[in-house]
Every structure is written in C-alpha cells, then in structure tokens.
Design a protein around this ligand. Structure first.
Ligand code: ZN
Length: 651
C-alpha cells in the first residue's frame, strides 16, 4: 500500500480508501505512464484525474462532452478546494479573461473544455502558451469509429496532444468492447499494460427480454410499470412515441412525463428537475435523456422500443440502480421496430451528389485559400443533416483537405440602453472615430441595429478582433445589448486534389460506416435472442471475463429465452398511391428549386427527414411515410420498378 497516496486522499478528498481500480490508475499516471481507465458509471472515474492533477506540476486539461457534466465536476472541485475552471459558452467576457489569466499564472490545477473549443484558433493560441501536464479525455470511446457514440472531433485529439506537447494522457470511459478499447489506446499510444479495467458486471441489475407483439406492448407496459417500485425510465425510439406513451401512462393513473430533443430547453429542464426531485415517477424518453442525469435510485429502465445497439442498451440500463439496490431492466422486443432502427442509419448516409455539393462549395467559394462555412446553411444547400455534415468536415480535416482556423459570429445585432450621443461623447480621439465608424456601419431598424463588419472594414482600417472585443466590452458595461448569431467556421483549404476522386472516397467512407451500423444492429438482435445468461454475455461483450456464468436472475437464467418475431405483416401501399405521392413531391421540389433524387424520394416514403424535405414541408404532403414499415432497400427497389411512372426521372 502506498501510504503517501492514501494520506493525500484523506487530506484532499476526505476518503479513507480508494475504490477499485483508482489507485492502480493513479500510480501509473504519477509514474509518467499514460493510461486508459474503464470503470462503470458511478464508480469514481473522475477521482483518478482529480487526484493526479494535484500531484502534477502544471495544469490538467480535461475534455468533457457535456456542459452539465463539467458544471457538476466543477462544483465538486470547488467543494474540495481544488482550483478548477472551465472555458465554455456560458462565461461572460470578463469571466473568460479571468480564467485565462489564472491559467497563465499557474493558479489553476484543472481546466475543462469541450472538444469543439479547439476549433477556435484564438483558444489554440492561448492554450499553446500554457504548460500542460496531462490531457484527460472523458467519454473517450467517442474517439473510436467502432464505438456507438463516435464523435468525429475526438479524432483530432491525438494531434492536439502532440502539438501542445502534453506528456501524459488519461482516457476515461464506462463502456468499451475489446476492439474499441485497443483502438482508443493505440490512437494515444497507450501501452496495453496501462489499461485498467474494473468489472463491468453489476449483480443488482435484473435483465429481462420479453418477446412482445407490437399491438400488445402498450398494455404490457402498464402492467409492468405498475409492478415496479420507485422511479424509472421508459426508452422509446421516436419523439412522437415518447409523447404518446407518456400520455397513455398518465391516462392510466401513472405519473409520467415525456422527454425528447424536440421539446424546448425549459421544458426538458423542467422534466429533468421533476425527475431528480422525485416529483414524477416515470420519464418516457428518447435517447436524448440520460447523460448528466445523476439519480442513484432509478429502480427500473424499460426499453419500449429496441435500443440502437448493445452499447446504447448497456449505457441506458446502466442508469438503473446506481445505489446498488436491485433494479429491473426490461426490454419489450419484436422485430417490427428493426426496420425503423435500420432506416435511421440510411437516413444519415449522404448521397454522392450531396458530397459533391460540399466539395464544390469549397472549390468555388474559397478566397485566398480560406473557406467559410455555416453549418445550417451548408446543411440545407447540400441536403446533408448536421451530424453527418460535421463528420464529413472532420474527415476532410483528417484527409488534409481542410484545416480549421477559427470561428466567428457573422451577425452582430445590438441596441442602445443609453442615449447614443451621451455614449459617443464619452470618447475622444481615435477611439471616438472608431466608434463613429461602427455606428455608420450599422443599419438601425427602430431599436435594433445590425453591424456590417465588412462595410466597417472598408471604411476604416481595423481588425475584426478589435471590433469584436469593443462590442463585447460595451455589452459588459451595459451600454448596449448584444446578440451574436450564425457561427461561421473558417477553414484553410490545404489541398482539394482530384475532386471526383475525393467525392468517391467520401462516399465509400459513409457507405462503409452505414454497413457497420447495420451489422451492429444485427449483433444486438442476436444478443436479445441468446439462450445463455444475458448478464454474463453482456459482460463478456465488454471484455469482462470475470462475471459469473449464470446470474440466476435474468430471463434466460429463469428459463425464458426470447424468440423475437415480426408481429405484423405490412402490405405495400398500392403502386398508384406511391406514384401520386412521389409525383407530388417532385412537383413541390420543382416549384421550390429542389431536384428530387431517388434516395430523397426513399427518405420521403420511409418517413425519414432530410434538410430538403424539411424545406419542402414534406410531412404535409400526403403520402409522407406511407412505406415507413418497409426496409429502405425494398423501397428503393420499389421506386426503381416504378421509375417510368414518375413525372421525371429520379436522377
Ligand atoms: Zn443470467
């Protein structure tokens, strides 16, 4: 036993001993060995870096995926008197400056940021002047394309580590398959000997898979929820299902609320608070719910629809029973929902023409080797949804086509809170001239004015940075109210190369990615139909070889392995209906200048979304989603067979 470490633990954190795995990780780090820690959620991963940060000479930089998680950890660090701060969008200009000064002066032990912060060139400039002892990557599985929650920006972290000369790395995650584990470690050159993994298996979770026909699910759910004690989460796939099922539960006397990404922020926050404060028993949620929900006494998690993958499943059931008390994890399963889950994958796969639209934009619209991009706008122009578009941009960076420079706000809107003339009269000399030019470059509509920075720069020689900090300063002083909008990312175009070849490469990348997603779904179905202990197999899937072979409480151990079936056979709508629907879509498209392609018509019939379908208000066209119960490829085949019947070819 290392008594020094133990004393230090007592002194700074008030714990008398380390939890499983913690000391092992900390010893590796203080010996200068980068490490990967795989601990289940709620078992003290964060202490590994918090403790180590105190032993290191310089600052520890923590990359965290979620603002709420950062704020929780900062609150804790403040409680135990460790100087820590974050740089995030909620800080005022003044607070931000303070954090940067503290970091420069060596007054901070821990600095937390989101991975997106690195996109900002000004931040990169700042951080490159700071001595950093350790980089910590929370939710590190996001770096692996084999993982379930791949975040393209994470792929750039090893590069940043090198550029910033950070000697030590700690990766933290709760879930990783063997493949993901080694992938993560190798990207940061972590010796496999320095992977510390505690058991994945949790003996207080009772896993049940109940084969249930689609039409019986809602009744079954009521029965099941009534049998449970305490609070729980019901997971569904679609936003409208969350609403429907929450209403259904409420009607049956169960205190339930819906939660999904389509709700406004305040509503979601209110729902989360009610759940934390035990004011609501059941939250019916899409996967949007969970990260950052730290409630220890969740007694049950029910999957009303199939999860997206085994990784998602394990993460979602992992929210139950953090207090160690027995908790139920029930999945209502049939194969009907499979089509929906699979079709979602196709919904996020860009077409070749869309990829070409992006590379063409880069080619046509870059000036002096710089290319500016607003995600919203580009998403609409190229018909690629935002998440895959972000993946695409990172791919282009990794392929050395682009290099991120900085980001800025395109729109500056402001209004005066004091008399304009009184304000101007406070300034003299050059500063006064500068401010008068700002006013001259602003077009006021009644109260609010929009500043045209380009116009300002044409009339008066000044840095963009100066304008931005002046506006920030006035806003801080309260003399103006400032609204900034439309974040614009600026990239340097390194080398586009052969554009056609590039487009094809990108297309292959996305096709390969969707194949992987589809096979992940197949693996999950095989898991639910297993005839050996579910808890044991789940632990093995996450490379925990020490779980008991029979948990004695899962549905298989209790003699009820599930056989999943399709409970409803869906007839195809009549060809006439499909033809009419697609022709209407084509007409709408023509009217508004969008050329409808075959994949887009497929999206439309499958009830999927795409930026152009949103623009065309496709949901309102009759026939939207009429093939939603059919597989994407079958819809494609159907359209191909009807190709001569359409107003124009679906190129
Ligand atoms: Zn079992």
């Amino acid at each position: 036993m290392n008594t020094y470490l133990q004393q230090s633990l007592q002194q700074h954190f008030g714990f008398s001993q380390f939890r499983t795995g913690q000391q092992q990780v900390i010893e590796k780090l203080v010996n200068g060995q980068s490490s990967l820690a795989i601990f289940p959620t709620g078992s003290g991963k964060s202490l590994c870096y918090q403790f180590t940060a105190l032993q290191l000479p310089h600052i520890t930089l923590v990359i965290s995926p979620l603002l709420a998680l950062m704020k929780d950890q900062l609150a804790y660090l403040e409680k135990v008197n460790i100087k820590a701060a974050s740089i995030d969008s909620t800080l005022t200009h003044e607070q931000m400056k303070q954090v940067m000064t503290d970091a420069r002066n060596g007054d901070l032990k821990i600095l937390m940021i989101s991975v997106e912060r690195f996109k900002n060139e000004r931040f990169r400039q700042f951080i490159s002047q700071i001595k950093i002892s350790m980089m910590v990557v929370d939710e590190a599985h996001c770096i692996s394309e084999w993982g379930h929650n791949f975040r393209p920006d994470y792929l750039k972290l090893p590069q940043y580590r090198e550029q910033l000369n950070i000697p030590l790395v700690l990766l933290l995650t709760a879930t990783a398959t063997r493949k993901v584990k080694f992938d993560m470690a190798s990207r940061f050159a972590i010796d496999p000997q320095n992977i510390v993994q505690t058991g994945f298996y949790r003996d207080n979770l009772k896993l049940q898979v109940l084969a249930t026909a689609e039409q019986d699910k809602s009744l079954r759910l009521i029965e099941l929820v009534r049998q449970q004690e305490g609070a729980g989460i019901v997971y569904v796939t679609l936003q409208q299902t969350a609403e429907k099922i929450a209403a259904h539960l409420s009607k049956n006397g169960i205190n339930a609320l819906a939660y999904h990404a389509g709700m406004v922020d305040e509503q979601r926050q209110a729902c989360q608070n009610s759940f934390m404060d035990n004011k609501v028993d059941v939250v019916v949620a899409t996967i949007a719910f969970g990260m950052g929900v730290d409630k220890s006494n969740i007694r049950f998690v029910i999957h009303y629809d199939l999860p997206k993958s085994i990784e998602n499943y394990s993460q979602e059931i992992g929210r139950a029973g953090r207090d160690g008390q027995p908790s139920n994890c029930i999945t209502l399963a049939n194969l009907d929902g499979l089509t929906t889950v699979e079709n979602f994958v196709y919904g996020d796969t860009p077409e070749l023409t869309s990829l070409a639209a992006v590379t063409d934009d880069i080619k046509q619209n870059s000036t002096n080797g710089l290319w500016e991009c607003q995600i919203n706008q580009l998403s609409t122009a190229s018909n690629i949804r935002q998440l895959p578009l972000k993946t695409l941009l990172v791919q282009l960076e990794l392929m050395d086509v682009l290099s991120a420079k900085y980001a800025y706000y395109a729109d500056f809107k402001y209004k005066f809170n004091v008399d304009q003339q009184v304000f101007i009269d406070k300034f003299e000399g050059e500063r006064r001239i500068f401010i008068e030019h700002i006013l001259n470059a602003t077009s006021f509509k009644k109260i609010w004015g929009t500043l045209d920075i380009n116009l300002l720069q044409t009339n008066y020689q000044c840095d963009r940075a100066r304008v931005v900090s002046a506006m920030d300063y006035f806003a801080e002083q309260g003399v103006i109210s400032l609204e900034t909008k439309k974040i614009t990312d600026v990239y340097q175009v390194v080398n586009l190369g052969d554009v056609e070849q590039l487009n094809q490469q990108l297309f292959d990348y996305f096709s390969h990615k969707s194949k992987k997603e589809i096979s992940r779904i197949a693996t999950m179905i095989r898991f639910f139909e297993l005839d050996s202990c579910l808890s044991y197999q789940l632990a093995r899937y996450f490379d925990d070889m020490n779980a008991p072979e029979h948990c004695g409480q899962c549905s298989v151990c209790l003699g009820q392995p599930a056989k999943l079936a399709i409970s409803q056979i869906f007839e195809w709508p009549q060809d006439e209906l499909i033809i009419t629907a697609v022709n209407q879509l084509i007409q709408q498209g023509d009217a508004k200048g969008y050329q409808i392609s075959l994949p887009l018509a497929c999206h439309f019939l499958a009830g999927l979304t795409a930026p152009w379908l949103t623009k065309l208000q496709a949901r309102k066209i009759s026939g939207y989603g009429i093939c939603q119960h059919h597989r994407y490829q079958h819809i494609e085949q159907k359209l191909n067979s009807l190709t001569t019947q359409f107003l124009r070819s679906l190129s």
